[in-house]
Design a binder for this molecule. Structure first.
Ligand SMILES: Nc1ncnc2c1ncn2[C@@H]1O[C@H](COP(=O)(O)OP(=O)(O)OP(=O)(O)O)[C@@H](O)[C@H]1O
Ligand SMILES: [Mg+2]
Length: 277
């Protein structure tokens, strides 16, 4: 089981859109995927299903109002390998004060994610900001994916976010080499817009090349239509070719960055995948 957190310092950069569509593409590529909504605002529920919005979920499991077996709260979808844990009711967990990133909370999260170990990948959508609960989730996860809007002001928060991650890694010490940075993903890229291209060039200049994913997500109204319809973009009719392909490409790149093939029982063969054993 590999855990991947989608996080960002700034809100509205496309985290939930990336989480939903990447999780769906990974499932279509044959991985057993659980998408966990760890945003108290319940972004995945808003994006995918009104009915599921009222379901118990992640926060109920954290505050003890869930069930003994966390797997009972997992919702199936029509795609067999794509399953969801909604955010549920966060009020009790959040209480009066913002929850702190404590060793107890990290232990609780480790235990919770551990109970979902029959999945290949757990994709976790988080709230904007990298403190409190989100920081604790990052601390116990294997990989981080950071969506970055290709717009002037949002690019400036990236060095600070990277410093936060470096501090977290330092605090975790030598005992672990996680969380690893799977990469920075440029989102809402406007291909024909010279300013967007300029910013993209700037970001690629400022940051080490290997940190930035080759895949990028263009600005496309299909994402708005998809979240209004409550589906991953690949299920829209007629299917928006580019948006679907972009996420399939991202899923393929993330498989490599997260060493997914190495964590399964795949037979050793470096150059190709067997069609049959
Ligand atoms: N590539 C895109 N092209 C066009 N619209 C997009 C794209 N990605 C996201 N959006 C839209 O932008 C808005 C914000 O996206 P999203 O909810 O995914 O961001 P977020 O980072 O999860 O926000 P928050 O920090 O509030 O959780 C949504 O209305 C979404 O449909
Ligand atoms: Mg969101």
């Amino acid at each position: 089981m590999t855990t991947l957190v989608i996080s960002s310092q700034k809100g509205g950069v496309g985290k939930t859109t990336v989480a939903v569509n990447l999780a769906y593409s990974l499932a279509r590529r044959g991985w057993r995927v659980l998408l966990v909504d760890a945003d108290p605002q319940g972004g995945v529920g808003f994006s995918l299903s009104e009915k599921a919005r009222d379901a118990k979920g992640f926060f109920n499991l954290l505050n003890g109002t869930g069930t003994d077996d966390p797997n009972q709260l997992i919702l199936s979808t029509r795609t067999e390998d794509f399953r969801l844990l909604m955010s549920g009711n966060a009020d009790l967990f959040l209480g009066e004060e913002e929850p702190q990133d404590t060793p107890e909370l990290r232990d609780r999260l480790r235990e919770l994610f551990g109970s979902f170990s029959d999945n290949d990948v757990i994709v976790i959508d988080s709230e904007a900001g990298v403190h409190g609960l989100t920081r604790a989730i990052m601390a116990v996860s294997d990989y981080l994916l950071l969506p970055q809007q290709a717009e002037p002001l949002s690019a400036r928060s990236m060095p600070r976010l990277l410093r936060h991650i470096a501090t977290l890694r330092k605090e975790l010490g030598d005992s672990t080499d996680t969380p690893r940075l799977a990469g920075i993903l440029l989102t809402m890229v406007k291909d024909e817009d010279p300013i967007s291209s300029e910013i993209e060039r700037e970001i690629r200049e400022i940051l080490p090349t290997e940190l930035i994913l080759e895949s990028e997500i263009p600005r496309d109204s299909a994402f708005l239509r998809a979240s209004r319809a409550g589906v991953p973009v690949a299920l829209l009719r007629p299917q928006p070719d580019n948006a679907t392909k972009d996420f399939d490409q991202l899923a393929a790149e993330m498989e490599v960055r997260m060493n997914l093939a190495d964590t399964t029982n795949q037979k050793e063969s470096d150059e190709y995948t067997r069609l049959m054993d």
